[in-house]
Every structure is written in structure tokens, then in C-alpha cells.
Design a protein around this ligand. Structure first.
Ligand SMILES: [Zn+2]
Length: 287
């Protein structure tokens, strides 16, 4: 099927995705705002799209209802290892951003962006590694329930494994709805990452050609200089190539892509923002 030709980058962003009082303690909480500004500064046409925050019922599609309520009431620790209610409220907006971006991409067959992180380690009833709610699993289930989507791809190129994605899909009986590839499960290091990149286009075709939409976790903690790097260990040039291969291959397959940011922990944060620019550059070069 043909993709709609994007005239601009549709970015689903609302300032309530970030918590101003929290930014002082965690530079990564400021990332969405900085990345959106940086994408605009690149000179590409960026269109800020409306985000509808997720409802409690939507969060419960992928999580235990008492876990969801406990997080929102500040009774259970979120993925940032605290019980801050303001942060918990912002999570309705980060999940909402991804779900809104995925819904638009599915309905209009056009690629979209969600400047969000913190999904793939979230388990059915447990937060971990900066992740509280599984925006990926929630969006997949919603596309299935609302629009009858039958096959959704998740290409997770964060350096770490999408264990929460797998666990929430399994716990809710949706493992057959999603084709999931997570770099974190594969032995990709500085010694064989070039070979892996050479095969990436084939990998996407093999795994996702029958999917109706692809969720792309364009994580940059797989960069060789990242303090949390595990799998990947890519150079800046290799991450640029990675993003270009993803968008080019998906365009050839007619597959709309929903991109989010996932991990990236270098300091100062400008280094991380520059790496996230590579996705915008690749997208605009390909489209
Ligand atoms: Zn990571």
C-alpha cells in the first residue's frame, strides 16, 4: 500500500510531557523540549500536533489496574524510583503522545514522531529503568481494538532489551499482534556492528513486511560514547546510517513509522540532542 507523502514532520508534543520541577534533578526530563526545538532549528518543516493524554482505562490495557492507580496516586514508585505525583501525571501525556502519534500514523498512513522515552522496561505491574507505562504495548492494543489492526511491528534499536514490551504483550495475550525486534537481545558490538548495519534493511523486510505500521525506538544510548551503552556501540556516522536505512526501507515497504526517542545518557545533554537530530535528518532526506 502507498504511503501518504509527508509535507512536514508531524511531532506529537505537549509541554505537559515534561515536569519543570523535575528537570533540575534529571537532565533527561528536559529532552523532549530540547529535541523538538533542535528539530525546528534544523530548518525542516515541523508541525506540532495535538496530544490527547492517555486515560486510566487505556493504561490498564497493558498494566494491572491497581499498579496504574498506585502510580497515579503516588503510592507506588514510578520508573524514576520516586512517588512524585506530578511526574506520574506527566506519564499520561508521554503515553498519550505516543498513542496519538501512532493513531494518526495508522489512520493517515503517514509517518509521525513522538518525542518520548521510558516505555520498554515497564512491566505489567512493575516500573524499571526510567520506564513506568508501556506506551508501545498500549498503542498496539489500542490500534487493534479501535481500528482492527492485525499486525504491528516494533523495531527497538535502544541499546537495551525491550523486556517490558515482551512481558506486557504476553501478560495481556497480545504476543501475536506484534512482531518485535529488540537490539538489546542480540550480540551486536563494535566488532560486528558494521555487518549488522549491512543486514538491517533485510532484517526490516524479513520481520516487518507484513505489518501495517512500525513503532521505531530510535534510541541513541547504543552510541559508543554513551555511559550506559551495551549493545550496538555505534559511531555517530553509523547511527546516521541506521536511521537512514530504517526510513528508506520502510518507505519502500509502504510502512508508516512512528518514531520515539528512547534512551540516550551522554553529558552534556546537547550531545544526546545532536544524536536525535540524525533521525530528523534521515527522515527528511528519505522523504
Ligand atoms: Zn536503553
Amino acid at each position: 500500500m502507498q504511503l501518504s507523502n509527508p509535507s512536514n514532520m508531524k511531532v506529537f508534543y505537549n509541554k505537559q510531557q515534561t515536569v519543570s520541577s523535575f528537570i533540575k534533578n534529571s537532565p533527561s526530563a528536559a529532552k523532549p523540549k530540547l529535541v523538538v526545538q533542535s528539530w525546528k532549528n534544523l530548518g525542516y518543516p515541523v508541525e506540532i500536533m495535538k496530544v490527547r493524554p492517555s486515560s486510566v482505562d487505556e493504561l490498564c490495557l497493558a498494566h494491572n489496574p491497581s499498579y496504574v492507580r498506585g502510580i497515579l496516586k503516588g503510592q507506588i514508585k514510578n520508573g524514576f524510583d520516586n512517588k512524585n505525583k506530578e511526574i506520574a501525571k506527566s506519564l499520561l501525556w508521554t503515553t498519550g503522545s505516543f498513542v496519538s502519534a501512532a493513531t494518526y500514523a495508522y489512520q493517515h498512513r503517514e509517518s509521525t514522531f513522538s518525542p518520548t522515552s521510558g516505555f520498554h522496561h515497564a512491566h505489567y505491574d512493575q516500573a524499571a529503568g526510567f520506564c513506568t507505562f508501556s506506551g508501545l504495548t498500549i498503542a498496539a492494543i489500542l490500534l487493534n481494538q479501535r481500528f482492527g489492526a492485525k499486525k504491528i511491528g516494533i523495531l527497538d534499536l535502544d541499546s537495551h532489551s525491550g523486556d517490558g514490551t515482551d512481558q506486557t504483550l504476553y501478560k495481556t495475550g497480545h504476543e501475536n499482534l506484534v512482531a518485535h525486534y529488540s537490539l538489546g537481545y542480540h550480540d551486536v558490538t563494535i566488532y560486528n556492528n558494521e555487518e549488522w548495519l549491512n543486514r538491517l534493511s533485510d532484517l526490516i523486510c524479513e520481520r516487518f513486511s507484513t505489518c501495517e505500521i512500525l513503532f521505531y525506538q530510535a534510541g541513541v544510548d547504543c552510541h559508543i560514547d554513551d555511559p550506559e551503552v551495551d549493545r550496538g556501540q555505534f559511531t555517530t556516522e553509523q547511527i546516521a546510517l541506521r536511521d537512514k536505512i530504517v526510513y528508506k526501507t520502510c518507505k519502500e515497504l509502504g510502512l508508516p513509522v512512528v518514531t520515539n526517542l528512547a534512551g540516550g545518557y551522554q553529558k552534556p545533554i546537547e550531545k544526546v540532542v545532536e544524536l536525535h537530530n540524525l533521525a530528523a535528518i534521515a527522515f527528511n532526506e528519505v522523504n
